[in-house]
Design a protein around this ligand. Structure first.
Ligand SMILES: O=P(O)(O)OC[C@H]1O[C@H](OP(=O)(O)OP(=O)(O)O)[C@H](O)[C@@H]1O
Ligand SMILES: Nc1ncnc2[nH]cnc12
Length: 181
C-alpha cells in the first residue's frame, strides 16, 4: 500500500469513536462525527473513495447514497468524480412515484425508497453508506437497483463490521471499505 494511502487510512481510523450500548444495550456504535468535524479527515475519506472508483469503476454513471449517513459522503464523492448523486430514503420522504423495499437492521426494521425515475435502466451505479453491519440496508438498496434494472458496480462504506458478515448478504456484489472492525 502506498505511504500516502496508509496515512490517509490512519487519519480516518483516528477519527472514528465507539459508544457502547447505543442506541440499544449490546450495540457498540461506531461514530463518524469526528470525521465530519475535521476537514483533513473528511478529505482523506473522499480521496480514498475517489482513488478506488477511478481505478476500479471508471465507467460509473451515478453514486447512490443511503439515508442518512450515506448522504454525508456520497455527494462529495459524486462531485469529485463529475457524476450525479441520487438518494435512497427511508419511507415517506420522497415525492412523486417511488419504488420501495423493506429490510432488517442491526437494531430494528426499516423501509427504503427511491424515486422511480431516478435511475435509468442499464445505468452503472455505485452504492455508498457510512457503515456495513448486517448488510440489510445495502442489500435492500441492491434490490431497489435490481427493480430499476440498474447495473450495480459495487458497494462502498467507510466502516465494515466484519463479525456480522454483512459482506455475505451483498453477494455477488463487491464491497469496498476503508476501516474494518
Ligand atoms: O448493515 P445494516 O445492518 O443494515 O446497518 C447499517 C445501516 O445502519 C445505519 O443506519 P440507520 O438505519 O441506523 O439510519 P441513519 O443513517 O438514519 O442513522 C448505518 O448508517 C447504515 O445505513
Ligand atoms: N454498530 C453500529 N454503529 C454505527 N452505526 C450502525 N448501524 C448499524 N450498526 C451500527
Amino acid at each position: 500500500m502506498a505511504a500516502d494511502t496508509e496515512s490517509k487510512l490512519q487519519l480516518v481510523h483516528r477519527h472514528i469513536r465507539a459508544f457502547p450500548d447505543f442506541p440499544k444495550k449490546g450495540i457498540l456504535f461506531r461514530d463518524i462525527c469526528p470525521i465530519l468535524k475535521d476537514p483533513a479527515a473528511l478529505t482523506a475519506v473522499i480521496d480514498l473513495f475517489e482513488e478506488h472508483v477511478r481505478k476500479n469503476h471508471p465507467q460509473v454513471d451515478l453514486i447512490i447514497g443511503l439515508d442518512a449517513r450515506g448522504f454525508l459522503f456520497g455527494p462529495l464523492l459524486a462531485q469529485r468524480l463529475g457524476v450525479g448523486f441520487v438518494m435512497i430514503r427511508k419511507k415517506g420522504k420522497l415525492p412523486g412515484t417511488t419504488v420501495s423495499v423493506s429490510y432488517d437492521l442491526e437494531y430494528g426494521k426499516a423501509e427504503a425508497e427511491i424515486q422511480e425515475d431516478a435511475v435509468a435502466p442499464g445505468q452503472k451505479i455505485l452504492l455508498i453508506d457510512d457503515l456495513l453491519a448486517t448488510g440489510g440496508t445495502l442489500h435492500a438498496a441492491c434490490e431497489l437497483m435490481r427493480k430499476q434494472q440498474a447495473e450495480v458496480l459495487g458497494c462502498m462504506v467507510v466502516i465494515e463490521l466484519k463479525e456480522l458478515n454483512g459482506i455475505d448478504k451483498l453477494k455477488p456484489h463487491s464491497l469496498f471499505s476503508l476501516v474494518q472492525y
